[in-house]
Write a protein that binds this ligand. Structure first.
Ligand code: RNT
Ligand code: ZN
Length: 417
């Protein structure tokens, strides 16, 4: 009964969009090829599996203690698969180095090898889930407030070694999955208060990055992520947007746009058409800052809708990698994954359904009222009927039906942790 209604709604939507020259079948195909890179760290509040793990630092924080966080690698894998089963399409998994399979052994960050990710590589293959990767500068005795930009040569070298090893791991992942692994480099480096050595820190970070990226790798792609500030590091960020934009442009590298990393009125969407003139590809960390970089679950907010619309308008679908980056410990974590991922897909559905050709024609002819009208109307066109159809075709619950499935998992699995 419900499916029949969904198909009927879809057929109507199909006709409505056809009037605007949009082929919804083509959009469904594009959605099928739209792969998110789900971050592993929502499942356990960014703890990871290091035996020697300390508490989370590096200017980021998780609030809330909803029961049932993943406590080990098996629980985390089960949670990811559960979430994936409720998200239409096929998606990647983005790992941090601290999520290695360390088998109960102390493995320091400058000792990590591909061996610690062998079981992940197999898991990825078995579950048709290509892997992406991140080096981890935070939550370590040597993290301090400066890692790759530390004037102390011993500490700097330690983090350079860590980063180089991470690139080797990413390269091995990419090769094994026959699909390049995207490795993000984000370091928390900054200052809590006024300081006079900004030039020195940035010069040092540049030197470290040059050393880290010196060797070309065939099966991984590097991206670099800046930010505006970290908690406890409010006065200065070494890896600022300017710093990384210049570095990426100079070295023809990919950049990461984390939607939580800008001034509140600064538009991440506006960066797409600017950056892509000079750098080859973008990685996204789709998040939701509430008043600060609070990493709330992604929803269909204006920021995300505009970001995805700009990507489609720029014809850059294939130049972007769609990572998520939120960590909310106050709600059911599987629910967080599913809402965040499905909301990102809805933003993409809506973006793909925009009648760009018609709007662009009006804009170039100077018909400003028509442009405004068509964009405004797009907000309430029946795009959701297309997304519901996408869910049905992928055999996953539609709309609020995800609630039952998530509650069931909460009762039978999470509650026993
Ligand atoms: C922090 C960055 C970074 C982290 C993850 C855990 O502000 O956004 O991407 O969230 O690496
Ligand atoms: Zn991020």
């Amino acid at each position: 009964m419900k499916e029949t209604l969904i198909h009927q709604a879809y057929e109507i939507a199909k006709e409505r969009y056809a009037e605007l020259g949009i082929d919804t079948e083509k959009v469904l195909e594009q959605l099928q090829n739209f792969h998110l890179s789900m971050h592993c760290w929502q499942a356990d509040d960014v703890k990871g599996f290091e035996v020697q793990a300390g508490s989370l630092d590096g200017g980021i924080a998780v609030t809330g203690n909803f029961p049932g966080a993943a406590r080990n690698i098996d629980e985390l894998r089960a949670d990811i698969l559960k979430a994936k089963s409720l998200i239409p399409g096929n998606h990647r998994l983005n790992l941090h180095e601290i999520y290695g399979d360390f088998q109960g052994k102390v493995v320091d960050r400058d000792e990590v090898t591909v061996d610690h990710f062998k079981s992940w590589i197999e898991w990825g293959k078995e579950n048709k889930t290509p892997l992406d990767f991140n080096s981890t500068s935070f939550s370590h005795p040597k993290s301090g407030s400066l890692s790759l930009s530390n004037p102390d040569e011993g500490i700097r070298k330690f983090w350079v070694e860590h980063s180089k090893r991470c690139r080797e791991i990413a390269d091995a992942m990419g090769k094994a999955q026959n699909d390049p692994c995207i490795m993000n480099t984000w370091v928390h480096d900054g200052c809590k208060d006024v300081s006079v050595n900004h030039y020195l820190y940035r010069e040092t970070l540049k030197k470290s990055l040059d050393e880290i990226f010196a060797e070309k790798k065939d099966w991984m792609k590097d991206c670099i992520e800046g930010k505006i500030f970290g908690m406890g590091l409010e006065s200065f960020t070494v890896g600022s947007q300017d710093f990384y934009t210049a570095y990426a442009a100079k070295n023809n590298m990919m950049m990461t746009i984390d939607t939580g990393h800008y001034h509140p009125t600064e538009s991440p969407a506006d960066k797409v058409s600017a950056l892509l003139q000079f750098i080859p590809e973008l990685m996204l960390h789709v998040s939701r800052p509430v008043r600060w970089d609070s990493d709330h679950v992604t929803i269909m907010d204006d920021t995300t809708q505009e970001l995805f619309a700009e990507i489609v308008r720029a014809g850059a679908l294939e130049k972007v990698h769609y990572g998520l980056d939120f960590f909310d410990g106050s709600i059911n974590r599987i629910g967080a994954y599913v809402i965040g991922s499905r909301s990102a897909q809805k933003c993409m559905t809506k973006a793909l359904l925009e009648p760009r050709g018609i709007i662009s024609g009006h804009e170039l002819a100077g018909d400003t009222f028509e442009v405004l009208q068509l964009i405004e109307e797009g907000k309430t066109m029946p795009w959701n009927a297309v997304y519901d159809e996408f869910c049905v075709r992928n055999n996953v619950p539609v709309g609020n039906d995800i609630i039952g499935a998530i509650k069931e998992y909460e009762k039978t699995v999470l509650a026993n942790r």
